[in-house]
Write a protein of this length. Structure first.
Length: 214
């Protein structure tokens, strides 16, 4: 099982910066980890469409909010770090008999990404669009370290190490540790992004040869 302390100590090990037992310690290591960890965690979450952080939920409409040039306003999810897309709620499309297949094709679900804009209304973020009954796919702020993938933990530890290097081990040696950790972080993020792409599957639309006959 991983924990914030585990990730912080992993980061400290990359720069030979000792270890901590709690973020509440009076040591410089604990103070810097407590300051940097939540910021860098969110940055790494936003950097790649991590599957463990992806959510699709229905948006709550704000009927009392009016946005100029938009028909609908929705509440911005509290745990949303990055919007991937808005989706018109699942719509069933009935397809007629197809001469190409010779049988009636089953109904299928389609998702339609839609345009939107983010506004600040009274200090609250609001999502505005011209479509009703919306869902949102987004990267959520995950704080439970037990949900983190191993790739995420390693990437976060290296990014954290890069920021801890100079404050913990000093400017001279710290610069080298910082550079090395940033290189490792970049490599891991690229590998994670490639892995996410390979694991995704999306139904391809029918060719025009098929759809023109429906």
């Amino acid at each position: 099982m991983s924990s914030e302390i585990t990730v912080c100590n992993l980061a400290l090990s990359h720069i030979r910066g000792g270890s901590i037992n709690a973020l509440t310690e009076a040591s410089i290591q604990a103070q810097q980890c407590k300051l940097l960890y939540p910021i860098l965690r969110d940055m790494v979450l936003e950097s790649v469409p991590w599957q463990f952080a992806t959510k699709i939920v229905s948006l709550a409409q704000l009927t009392e909010v009016e946005i100029f040039n938009y028909a609908y306003a929705y509440q911005y999810p509290n745990d949303c770090l990055k919007i991937k897309r808005l989706i018109i709620n699942w719509e069933t499309v009935n397809r007629t008999d197809s001469q190409f297949y010779g049988t009636r094709l089953p109904a299928m679900n389609t998702e339609a990404p839609v345009p939107y804009q983010i506004f600040n209304e009274g200090g609250v973020r609001v999502i505005a669009t011209n479509y009703s009954d919306m869902r949102i796919e987004y990267t959520s702020r995950v704080t439970d370290t037990n949900l983190f993938s191993n790739q995420f933990i390693m990437a976060l530890s290296h990014l954290l190490a890069s920021e801890l290097a100079i404050p913990i081990v000093g400017a001279n040696e710290g610069r080298n540790f910082k550079s090395d950790s940033l290189k490792q972080y970049s490599m891991m993020i690229k590998a994670a992004a490639a892995g996410m792409m390979n694991e995704q599957y999306a139904m391809m639309p029918d060719s025009e040869f098929i759809t023109v006959r429906n």
